[in-house]
Design a protein. Structure first.
Length: 355
């Protein structure tokens, strides 16, 4: 059986969708499983023994009608039996249409039956799930394959390249990181402003960690975000700055995975870094943006290994006054109400548990 999994877009989404490969391979060890994603996400799939081939769809192909249609027919030539489209947008609708696969699975939309013969409704927003809706909705896509409960594996896993591990160790030595101390990775900034905890508040969180632990602190940010990262650093006290290795940065995604594997915990904004840390079995403390549905992305929440906070946990009345469609446009205003004093007790508990 030849199977294609499609998940374009963000790193965290691609990593979470890899659980489909893990479960299918357990049920059908002789199957061939390929995974299609954008090039910037491939490193979270490298080393996964349940993926036979990673198929990349680069921007230059997507932007050229001729190249894109050539790509469609290349996919068709692979003669897949099963196609699971987790992304479910026009681009992947067309890939599915041309694929020739017999079994085509995706989420239900009003038009989806034109492309897929299995259309699974997502869980309702109110549904409480064991693993988080981001995981449970993906597991729904396995239903048509009738794998059996024993095959279902909901836990994403990352595989650290030994060469990257050695490079990370050398980087730690270069920056004089004391490996005898616990190491905290700070998910410092989100992918966009409305997913980024306000800089002054994040500085207060970093300061609290610095004052209440002896841990070494690393910042995760992109070079393009250095100005905001510097603002947070500058707001910290001299004593906390001594614990921060501001310039110790990964230069690739695989490099970050190796660095994160050497850390003990991650704290900060929700995003790909958090999902990667969880896939390395690192304890996480997440600060969610007011517009993000915690029920969706608070995966594997257990109150100890993985904890998260959301403004709605503390001030639900702010959300009862807004319609769902009004929350996102008001995110920055809601963030002003989400001060660190609301959840310092939870951070204290997390630090005591893991540091």
């Amino acid at each position: 059986m030849k199977i294609l999994i499609i998940q374009q877009k963000r790193i965290g989404d691609v990593l979470l969708s890899s659980i489909l490969c893990n479960s299918i391979k357990k049920a059908y060890p002789d199957s061939t499983i390929d995974f299609m994603c954008y090039p910037n996400c491939k490193d979270v799939l490298i080393g996964n023994p349940n993926i036979d081939s990673i198929i990349l769809l680069p921007n230059e192909v997507r932007k050229s009608y001729l190249s894109l249609f050539k790509f469609f027919f290349e996919i068709r030539s692979k003669k897949y039996d099963v196609l699971i489209d987790v992304y479910g947008k026009l681009e992947t609708n067309l890939i599915t249409l041309f694929s020739g696969a017999t079994t085509k699975i995706s989420y239900y939309k009003w038009y989806s039956s034109l492309f897929y013969n299995h259309n699974l409704p997502r869980l309702s927003k109110e549904t409480k799930t064991k693993f988080g809706q981001a995981i449970d909705n993906r597991l729904l896509l396995l239903q048509p394959l009738k794998l059996g409960n024993d095959a279902i594996n909901p836990y994403p896993k990352l595989y650290v390249d030994p060469k990257e591990n050695q490079k990370a160790l050398a980087l730690f030595e270069k920056h004089h990181v004391d490996r005898n101390k616990k190491i905290v990775m700070i998910s410092l900034l989100g992918s966009e402003k409305i997913k980024t905890y306000p800089l002054e508040n994040m500085a207060e969180v970093v300061e609290y960690i610095g004052q209440n632990s002896e841990a070494t602190i690393l910042f995760n940010y992109f070079p393009s975000q250095i100005e905001d990262a510097q603002k947070i650093y500058d707001l910290c006290s001299a004593a906390t700055k001594e614990k921060i290795h501001f310039d110790l940065l990964a230069d690739t995604l695989s490099s970050f995975i190796a660095i994160m594997d050497l850390c003990d915990v991650i704290i900060g904004n929700d995003g790909g870094a958090i999902n990667m840390a969880k896939a390395l079995n690192k304890p996480s403390f997440i600060i969610f943006s007011p517009h993000v549905d915690k029920n969706d992305w608070a995966t594997f929440e257990d109150g100890k290994q993985n904890l998260s906070v959301h403004l709605n946990d503390f001030k639900p009345e702010l959300f009862s006054e807004l319609a769902d469609k009004e929350i996102k446009p008001n995110t920055l205003q809601l963030y002003t109400k989400f001060t660190p004093d609301l959840f310092k007790d939870q951070i204290s508990f997390f630090l005591n548990e893991h540091l």
